[in-house]
Design a protein around this ligand. Structure first.
Ligand code: ATP
Length: 372
């Protein structure tokens, strides 16, 4: 097992800067996920680590050895792509064995290794088939098997589940997590799917427009997003963002007022006319919150009127998209699955104000709460 370290990596393509200021160190055996919207530079970073792309500047270390000038095949990393790129004329067994044969491992050892890997990925009954006789999920497991069989020092996975249907993606994700727990190889995983990022990662690196926005454990990033981009990217449904102007009576949202929590006042000293984006997660917005609970923590609640636009029943719960009255600002609300609502209904939402985030409306930086 090895660590992987990037120092100040930059990659330019002609006049396009794909990534910039990329620095992090992944300790031995950890599973890190690079996540962000399309074009944010995730694949470029992974390809630079693999040696498939040169960094314009900066240093790359694998196992404390600088590898900038070491060719891909000598870096001892295995990469799995979204399109599995199996050899169509080879059987599953031969595909899994391929990397070992290239390294001239003796055939008894190869056979043993193929069987072990096939068992760990539930492929042992498919060893004699060709790729075209397999489902997409099975093909992706073979691609993973081929990478695992080599026992590389580092796994690099680029959106390996994105071609699978939803059920298979969920199952394979769990298998991947189990596999990492068993094998413990340092792994870097690229995805734009925040659920994969949250569920798989020891640490998440959130990227946007070629730059790191935040690095941290999934729960920490969810609870303490560094900025508006991170706050709205992780979490489904995403955090509600409410543009507002501060007034003498609190936050003004298109004519409706939310009280300014005492903590915000003390920390931010907002001045009248100052603009912010307020953030509140859907799980902290309620309809019909019991009076008793509200009375206990009166100053920590705020109320907003909305009009329901879209109702999405999911069984156990229902998701609602509703417009803040008098504005085009949309909010996400989660209610119990037994609640009957229709487009056009007007509701009064209750907001748990001590769960409020405040972002600088110009930069998007989180200004409240400050990180512990
Ligand atoms: P996706 O999720 O869509 O795969 P990504 O986050 O992996 O995106 P990259 O593929 O790393 O993003 O691309 C980052 C930026 O660099 C993009 O703006 C892309 O257009 C640009 N880019 C990547 N490869 C090249 C290239 N060979 N030539 C020019 N521009 C490139």
């Amino acid at each position: 097992m090895v660590n992987v370290c990037l120092q100040d990596i930059k990659r330019r393509f002609n006049n396009v800067t794909a990534v910039e200021d990329i620095s992090f160190e992944i300790p031995d055996g950890e599973f890190w996920v690079l996540v962000g919207p399309s074009g944010c530079g995730k694949s470029t970073i992974l390809r630079i680590i693999a040696g498939l792309e040169m960094a314009t500047s900066g240093k790359i270390f694998i196992d404390d050895r600088q590898v900038n000038n070491i060719p891909a095949r000598q870096r001892d990393v295995a990469m799995v792509f979204q399109n599995y790129a199996l050899y169509p004329h080879m059987t599953v067994s031969e595909n899994i064995a391929f990397g070992l044969r290239m390294r001239k491992v003796d055939s008894a050892r190869i056979q043993e290794r193929v069987l072990t890997v096939a068992r760990s990925l539930s492929l042992e009954h498919l060893l004699d088939r060709k790729p075209k006789q397999l489902s997409g999920g099975q093909q992706q497991r073979v691609a993973l098997g081929r990478a695992i069989a080599r026992q590389p020092q580092v796994f690099l996975l680029d959106e390996p589940l994105s071609n699978l249907d939803a059920q298979l993606r969920d199952d394979t994700r769990v298998e991947l997590k189990q596999l990492h727990q068993d094998v413990g190889t340092t792994t870097i995983y690229v995805t734009h799917d925040q659920v994969e990022a949250m569920t798989l990662a020891d640490k998440i690196v959130v990227l946007n427009q070629g730059r790191i926005q935040q690095i941290g454990e999934p729960q920490f990033i969810y609870a303490q997003p560094a900025n508006r981009m991170v706050a709205t990217f992780l979490g489904n449904p995403p955090m509600n963002i409410l543009p507002t102007k501060f007034t003498a009576n609190g936050f003004d949202l298109g004519g409706q007022l939310l009280p300014c929590p005492s903590g915000v006042k003390k920390m931010l000293h907002p001045v009248v006319g100052q603009e912010f984006d307020l953030g509140i997660r859907p799980e902290h917005v309620y309809i019909n919150e019991p009076q008793r609970r509200r009375e206990n923590r009166e100053e920590e609640w705020g109320e907003l009127g909305v009009e329901v636009r879209v109702v999405e029943p999911l069984g156990r719960e229902t998701l609602i998209r509703a417009a803040l009255l008098g504005t085009s600002v949309m909010m996400n609300v989660q209610v119990g699955g037994d609640m009957r609502l229709r487009s056009g209904d007007r509701l009064s939402l209750e907001l748990e104000m001590d769960k409020l985030f405040v972002f600088d409306s110009a930069t998007g930086d989180k200004v409240f709460p400050v990180n512990p």
